[in-house]
Design a protein around this ligand. Structure first.
Ligand code: APR
Ligand code: MG
Length: 280
């Protein structure tokens, strides 16, 4: 029997939701994404999140981080507008329409202060990876009125809810719903099947993708894709859903039955979008 509290995402659903630029569009209208990610220890996560946002059609990507990831982002993505941070301050970063916070950020005091500044802004924020650990330790970071999208895997959701990972794996729908209502956020729970929950909405189930995506850094690409869609004006629920769908489809196209690396998933996002438009 169809369950009214569950909805499987389809090609036409996602094709209808995806923004496409009109003749009068400019880069600001298409959406400026801010990426607060990366650290001296983890530079690749920043590169991958920036790549996901650019390939998903951001009008502009602003990257802010310390010198080591800045050097990597500069090399990989000349399109990004970069602010090198000597201190955890966003004062020198221009206006953005949505933030992606967390991939490779670390969990030290510096990272906590940067996360607090991003979350003090009045634009939607997607929180992933290390920033989920920061929020798990300090739920008060989530007290804000603009939208929040959380993109945990089961281990990260376990820390956020303080529930054993095994219990979450056994009842993923129950716990993704609980997290959305208790944390007042859109919650995208990653895994072999990704599920997206928001209060008073059906849980959306994403069936695209394959186990070739189980390789380091694909989650960082997903964050960037969802950030671009948020900055482009989609709600947290629609941005998260469309990002999961496109990311899975891009993974399938990139792998084509053989191994992929996470950067390949970002590269294949436009091809995934084209294949949806053809199906429309
Ligand atoms: N089938 C389909 N999709 C899968 C499968 C599978 N079997 N396994 C993983 N995926 C997808 C997930 O749905 C998700 O989109 O791959 C992506 C993996 O994302 P993450 O779990 O965030 O992995 P990763 O990008 O390597 O994370 C990097 O951030 O979250 C932290 O602890 C994590 O340090 C790690 C870092
Ligand atoms: Mg991750």
């Amino acid at each position: 029997l169809p369950d009214p509290d569950l909805a499987a995402l389809t090609d036409p659903d996602v094709a209808a939701l995806l923004p496409s630029p009109g003749a009068e569009s400019d880069k600001y209208r298409r959406g400026v994404v801010g990426i607060a990610a990366g650290s001296h220890a983890y530079t690749g996560a920043a590169v991958l999140a920036v790549g996901g946002a650019l390939r998903a059609g951001a009008g502009m990507v602003r990257y802010a981080g310390p010198s080591a990831p800045v050097a990597q982002v500069r090399t990989h993505w000349p399109e990004a507008v970069i602010t090198e941070l000597d201190r955890p301050s966003l004062a020198g970063v221009g206006r953005v329409q949505a933030w992606v916070l967390g991939p490779g950020l670390g969990t030290d005091d510096w990272a906590h202060e940067l996360a607090a500044q991003v979350l003090a802004s009045d634009v939607p924020v997607l929180i992933d990876a290390d920033a989920l650990s920061l929020v798990a330790r300090d739920h008060s970071l989530l007290f804000r009125s603009a939208p929040v999208v959380l993109t945990p895997h089961a281990g990260e959701l376990s820390r956020l809810l303080r529930v054993a990972r095994e219990r979450i794996e056994a009842s993923r729908l129950e716990f993704v719903r609980r997290a959305a209502s208790e944390l007042n956020a859109t919650v995208l729970l990653k895994g072999s099947t990704t599920v997206i929950a928001e209060a008073d909405r059906p849980v959306r189930v994403n069936l695209t993708g394959s186990s070739w995506l189980a390789t380091g850094g694909t989650g960082d690409v997903l964050s960037g894709v969802a950030g671009a869609l948020l900055a482009g004006g989609l709600s947290g629920y629609d941005a998260a859903s469309c990002a999961a769908y496109l990311h899975g489809l891009a993974g399938t196209l990139a792998a084509d039955g053989a191994p992929l690396v996470s950067a390949d998933v970002a590269t294949a996002i436009p091809e995934a979008m084209r294949s949806l438009r053809r199906a429309r």
